[in-house]
Write a protein that binds this ligand. Structure first.
Ligand SMILES: Cc1cc2nc3c(=O)[nH]c(=O)nc-3n(C[C@H](O)[C@H](O)[C@H](O)COP(=O)(O)OP(=O)(O)OC[C@H]3O[C@@H](n4cnc5c(N)ncnc54)[C@H](O)[C@@H]3O)c2cc1C
Length: 429
């Protein structure tokens, strides 16, 4: 088979949220970028569709929000929990300091298609589908590119920076020999869907009953459901049979009783084996991991897509200028990890990795030992939307030359779009 050679400034392996957003941001800065995606399109299994306010804010900053919100989506401004007969408000996004005060539920493939189309407007952007990165190329002590398998043969890509955005089962992070810290996860999740009928409740809600959790996302014509099970528990559920599983679902959401047959076989149930892990080090010379490849997240809160987007924003902000000149230095790559790395529980870090203040706190030596304040339930509920927002660790697009041109009816902007968002202290790069 033919071997093709491509030279590019940055090669990104993986066309998920992290890879596509980074491709768009770098191309927008005038940097030549090639994104390799192993699948032929973005239309794949359900992989979550919660586009949080932090991601919508990035779309605003890129001047893309108005067009983005023209895609079919459902708005969720509040999340409810049903415990037995009681309905509780568990998260409220209406008070966030963002233009969109809601989560947009949108199929991930629509979101990725949108990013791809936005990126294709820039001459430096190339997307190669059916191109699977298989190995890294090393030269002179650094990663100098990769090889990818395509239907036409092997492609050799030479790049100043290779970014692994190839998801939670990242092959490239393994090839790079980066150490993965497995944080363990006590749960797995079963994803399934049922049609939504007139007369069903309207809310996106979690249903809790005797240790069982069913989250139901209102997708207009259907319910996207997530059933939380104990780790490795799927086989036992299968062994108990489909009728028993249907009954369990109906006991949590009785109005599903008239459509349980829509769950025709186990083929209709998708198992998400939950992994929560982190790379100890996200980079090597010439190489960087972002998104799930750097930190696979628990699905609780539906932040994975949004963290991946924010990783891309921070990477473009921190490496964009360096990439215009050539290969970013190791300290520049390290800056991305520092900005984006979720905190590890102390048990998973060497004691030396703890900042001095945290070490002193862990040893009970902190100067101010403020007594732990127990929060009132109402206060906790009101702030949980903000807490979910903070979990995405929002960044702002540093270069905002292209701003939103006109008013947008859905983002409830409280000031003129062209005036721009004011970077808030502590959350911009
Ligand atoms: C069933 C399920 C439900 C989820 N629900 C939610 C949710 O509701 N909300 C939420 O925020 N998150 C959810 N997540 C998590 C979310 O999908 C991820 O956190 C997010 O997609 C991570 O983005 P990423 O770009 O880092 O990786 P991915 O989205 O995994 O993208 C990686 C891409 O790389 C491609 N790829 C892999 N290997 C190679 C290779 N060698 N060469 C080229 N391409 C390659 C893959 O095909 C894929 O397109 C869910 C995940 C699953 C599996």
């Amino acid at each position: 088979m033919e071997q093709e050679r491509i030279d590019v400034r940055c090669c990104i392996a993986g066309g998920g949220p992290a890879g596509m957003m980074l491709g768009l941001l770098l191309a927008r800065l005038g940097i030549e970028v090639l994104v390799l995606e192993k699948h032929a399109d973005f239309l794949r299994d359900f992989r979550g569709d919660t586009v949080h306010p932090s991601t919508l804010e990035v779309m605003h900053e890129l001047g893309l929000l108005e067009d983005f919100l023209k895609l079919p989506d459902d708005e969720v401004a509040t999340l409810y929990g049903q415990v037995g007969p009681t309905t509780l408000l568990v998260a409220d996004f209406r008070h966030l300091p963002t233009h969109c005060k809601f989560v947009a539920l949108m199929p991930q493939w629509d979101f990725l298609d949108f990013l791809a189309n936005a990126a294709k407007r820039y001459p430096g952007f190339r997307l190669r589908l059916q191109a699977e990165a298989t190995e890294l190329i090393e030269a002179e002590g650094r990663i100098a590119g990769l090889r990818a398998k395509t239907p036409e043969g092997t492609v050799e890509v030479r790049a100043d920076l290779v970014v692994a955005a190839d998801g939670r089962h990242s092959l490239l992070r393994e090839r790079a020999g980066l150490e993965v810290i497995d944080l363990g996860a006590p749960i797995d999740v079963l994803w399934l869907r049922f049609s939504r009928h007139a007369g069903d409740p309207g809310q996106t809600a979690g249903r809790f009953d005797t240790g069982r959790i069913l989250v139901m996302l209102n997708r207009g014509s259907y319910w996207q459901c997530a059933f939380v099970i104990r780790k490795g528990g799927f086989e036992a559920i299968r062994a108990a049979g489909l009728p028993a599983f249907r009954e369990t679902l109906a006991s949590l959401a009785p109005y599903l009783a008239d459509r349980l047959d829509e769950l025709a076989s186990w083929e209709d149930v998708k198992l998400l084996t939950v992994r929560v892990d982190r790379l100890r080090r996200w980079h090597r010379p010439g190489f960087l991991c972002i998104g799930d490849a750097a930190h696979a997240m628990s699905p609780i809160g539906g932040v994975g897509i949004n963290l991946a987007i924010q990783d891309a924003v921070a990477t473009a902000n921190l490496l964009g200028q360096a990439l215009k000149r050539g290969a970013p230095s190791e300290s520049e790559l390290e800056a991305v990890q520092r900005r984006r790395s979720p905190r590890l529980p102390p048990a998973n870090r060497g004691a030396d990795a703890l900042p001095r203040r945290s070490r002193r706190r862990a040893q009970g030596l902190g100067r101010h030992q403020a007594p732990h304040r127990r929060r009132r339930p109402a206060e906790a509920l009101a702030s949980s939307g903000a807490a979910l927002h903070r979990r995405c660790r929002p960044c702002h697009v540093a270069d905002r030359r292209h701003r939103h041109q006109s008013g947008c009816s859905r983002c409830r902007c409280d000031r003129e779009h062209s005036g721009g968002t004011v970077a808030r202290r502590g959350d911009s790069d």
